[in-house]
Design a protein. Structure first.
Length: 297
């Protein structure tokens, strides 16, 4: 994979990698269609009119169709009740042409997001947030894995070769969406894993020992250059909007310009972000293949 550089570091082009993944997905979807006479279907549920969510849902719809899958979009008014939303999920859980279900977060404040997530059939939970999938992941069983950490793992394997065994990985952030599943994925690859968070007392020292550093906390420029071990590979998951000289820009959780001694780093934007939708579609194909008892190749 071709990369630009910042000082001595390779800049990991997540956009290019995701495009390749989507091209591969088209071939695999066609193979699945030939085996079963069906194609994967992804249902996305949007409640309310949050502008950022609407953009994400539109992008997911376009890429789902581009990959040869069926896209089902449910746009519900902001005042939709809990029972109505749960009933919709119940119908999607048993719909034979729906293999993946995603409820776009955040939900309006009056809705119980945790209850909604647990209502989704775990075998169709392509966000990987259901407690059953979290449990499967943590015990080494086949699971649907949250898309962002799955994308990070793909980029790490591409950068470091397929074996990460024995490397020391530090994950900053302990969210259920990124930090915890990222740590579980790295453990499954036989890394030695440390999780740091807001109460960790010696985070810079921990980071300086890391061969792999994954940062997902939502604090712009938290990780300074002197936190990064020379030759480390850095996954910057943060997406932060800041004002610089009166202009808005997007930055990560790592002080990017100070990371020239890393072996490689994901930029923000254009690094981990583009992988998320690609991995969502990969999860949908995985769910389809498991539900139809066929190989995912």
């Amino acid at each position: 994979m071709g990369m630009d550089r910042i000082a001595g570091s390779a800049i990991i082009d997540g956009k290019r990698f995701a495009a390749g993944l989507l091209e591969d997905m088209k071939l695999r979807v066609e193979s699945a269609r030939q085996k079963t006479g069906k194609v994967p279907g992804l249902a996305v549920v949007l409640v309310g009119t949050d502008p950022a969510s609407a953009v994400y849902v539109g992008a997911k719809h376009r890429q789902t169709v581009a990959a040869g899958m069926r896209s089902f979009k449910y746009e519900l008014p902001a005042d939709t009740g809990q029972a109505e939303l749960m009933a919709l999920i119940g119908r999607l859980n048993v719909a034979p042409d729906v293999h993946g279900i995603l409820v776009q977060l955040p939900l309006p404040a009056h809705l119980d997001a945790a209850a909604v997530i647990q209502e989704i059939n775990p075998d169709k939970d392509v966000d990987g947030f259901h407690i059953s999938n979290a449990g499967r992941l943590s015990t080494g069983q086949p699971a649907l894995v949250p898309c962002t950490p799955l994308g990070c793992l793909m980029l790490l394997k591409d950068q470091l070769g397929q074996s990460l065994s024995g490397l020391h990985a530090v994950v900053i952030g302990k969210s259920n969406i990124v930090g915890k599943p990222m740590a579980q994925l790295l453990l499954a690859e036989n890394c030695t894993v440390t999780i740091a968070h807001s109460r960790t007392k010696n985070t810079p020292e921990l980071c300086r020992a890391a061969d792999i550093l994954v940062v997902a906390v939502g604090r712009p420029g938290l990780v300074r250059g002197d936190w990064i071990k020379p030759g480390a590979v850095v996954m910057d998951v943060g997406i932060n909007r800041i004002e610089v000289d009166g202009k808005s820009r997007i930055v990560g959780d790592v002080a990017f310009e100070e990371a020239g001694h890393a072996a490689a780093i994901t930029p923000v934007p254009g690094g981990v972000g583009p992988m998320t939708i690609a991995c969502l579609l990969s999860n949908t194909l995985t769910a389809f293949c498991r539900l139809n008892a066929i190989s995912a190749d």
